[in-house]
Write a protein that binds this ligand. Sequence first.
Ligand code: 5AD
Ligand code: SF4
Length: 462
Amino acid sequence: MHEPRKLYVKSFGCQMNVYDSHRMADTLAREGYVETQDPAEADLVILNTCHIREKAAEKVYSELGRLRKQKQEAGSDTMIAVAGCVAQAEGAEIMRRAPVVDVVVGPQSYHRLPELLAEAKAGKRVVDTEFPAEDKFDHLPAPTRAATRKRGPTAFVTVQEGCDKFCTFCVVPYTRGAEVSRPVTKILDEAARLLDQGVREITLIGQNVNAFHGEGPDGKVWTLARLMERLAQMEGLARLRYTTSHPRDMGDDLIAAHRDLPQLMPYLHLPVQSGSDRILAAMNRKHGRDLFLSLIEKMRGVRPDLALSSDFIVGFPGETDRDFEDTLDLVREVGFASAYSFKYSARPGTPAADHEAQVSEEVKTERLAELQKLLEASKSAFDAACRGRTFDILLEKPGRQPGQLIGRSPYLQSVVVNDPPVGIGELLTVTITDVGPNSLAGVTAETPPSPVLSRPLAAMEA
Ligand code: 5AD
Ligand code: SF4
């Protein structure tokens, strides 16, 4: 018998890439590949790349440099494939800059990987960055029970890809293409299979997930809210999440779903990018500061325990001190439970990249530090407000010490519990006893869950 071939997949960037990496591994499992965590012993290495900021994109080339050295030193014939958004955006350049690469494959062509690898084996370097007419999801095999078990009780399901919003800083509409929603029946089938394999929490993902408008079994267009209502009726589904959303697509039915669906976690990632109306307009976000704030008011009205996370960009072209103050001010007003923040990175081909009023690196660095300090304080205040509260956690994996398990709170905080009465994949009601910088600790609760009110920072200042 042959030794199984070994596959090493490294994912950069967003959750969509994590999902896609799993789908590629599932596809190659059929071809006899088993996954390894060690690139040195792999017969095939796939880098699943991210193009969102320059730093992310450049990582690919340093990673490829490392792989080339490793290959030379070991005299190995490891195949190397580059997938994801850098592959899509600069396939030809990768081939030119990195002769070590055998295959470049864009996100819409993952189902063709076996053919592409066969061509590469025959000595051809191949690039496939088409947007093919056929639906890749029809050709990507589902994970086996063993693969799902290994990935744990939470899973992503892609419901939508691409973006039609064209924010002026963003490469996504170019790398992932126009918005396409998957048909409802296919999503339900995928979810049913995952639940049958032991998954308890599903996160619906898409670049613009709340713009979902998939064809329903009744031939009508279904919204994300309608899809989730149907999913919430499925046996075994304990928790539901969705990410990433755009403020303009937070429909009333989606807000109502937060009130009506007990499985829908009271935690929303809603990128705002800036608190300045001027900058929001220049970013082509299609909404102002007031719309964002009033949305949050509405959402908190239906779900008082809702917590928020967001994305911010500092140093967008033309951003003044005053604009930046508006961003800080919005952060203070909302009191985010967590957030991601970035320096603006000019991306080739996007409208803002050619803007004359680029902000200096120095100013970007200063603003980012100041914003992150405030966001950190906001997060700490939220975490601190969880002490003494009781909520359900979903146990996901073993902790460092014997007898410990780590679960996730409704707000995605890691919670460590000693000797829980139930195992991985179960919900456990815990009371939070300690709050650390990276995780919380809890004990099995005697009482039912008590909601955390989600505005600790604002409350502190009031
Ligand atoms: N520069 C900096 N940050 C960016 N993002 C997207 N494009 C850029 C860019 N050109 C950030 C946004 C988005 C997150 C995924 O990445 O905040 O919400
Ligand atoms: Fe990019 Fe999101 Fe804007 Fe779409 S909505 S262009 S993905 S930032």
